[in-house]
Design a protein around this ligand. Structure first.
Ligand code: NI
Length: 191
């Protein structure tokens, strides 16, 4: 059995701005390995370094979906979505590619048992570096675009519950209050 601890809603670490990675060294490799392992143990589709207590600009994503026909454009080439996963994004930033926003349901490993609807850009252009420091450009849409926007928010100290409607915030107020009051990490386990 493996277990992992993720910083929970209320942790000050989740509200800090993450610093850019400048050294693409063994420490970074080890951090990425820990994050990938944690994401799979917790059965999440994305994880940002601050959720593991490291305020550095590192994100891992794996939508863990069945093979399908979805594609992304990576460095100018159209390729199947599953070929870019697991996706490791160092120092990511993005721009929307059009004005279309989509309302979709989100959750977060740091905020268990809370779900809410967030408006995100449908299609985005992402710049990031890989684990070796090589720069890349990624164009993506739908769930991957949503996930990247959620994770980049984490790097800026923003949580999805900051973006849900007042009504949804009210509905979840008791859970959020309890998480904050408890003040301890969320533990996930797998067998
Ligand atoms: Ni999250």
């Amino acid at each position: 059995m493996s277990s992992v601890q993720i910083h929970a809603y209320g942790s000050p670490t989740l509200r800090k701005k993450a610093v850019p990675i400048k050294q693409f060294d063994k420490r970074l490799q080890e951090q990425v390995d820990r994050m990938l392992q944690a994401m799979y143990i917790a059965n999440g589709i994305g994880l940002a370094a601050p959720q593991m207590g490291e305020t550095r600009q590192v994100v891992v994503i794996d939508l863990q979906m069945e093979p399908n026909s979805e594609t992304v454009t990576l460095d100018g080439k159209l390729i199947p979505l599953q070929l870019v996963q697991p996706l490791v994004l160092i120092n990511p930033s993005f721009d929307p590619l059009n004005d279309i926003l989509m309302l979709g349901e989100e959750g977060c490993l740091s905020i268990p048992n809370v779900h809410g609807h967030v408006n995100r850009h449908l299609k985005i252009f992402v710049k990031y570096q890989d684990i070796e420091g090589t720069p890349h450009e990624l164009t993506c849409e739908h769930l991957l675009a949503r996930c990247i926007q959620h994770e980049v928010d984490h790097l800026n100290g923003i949580l999805f519950v900051d973006r849900i409607s007042k009504t949804e915030r009210k509905e979840n107020a008791a859970i959020l209050k309890a998480l904050k009051a408890r003040g301890s990490p969320v533990e996930y386990e797998t067998t």
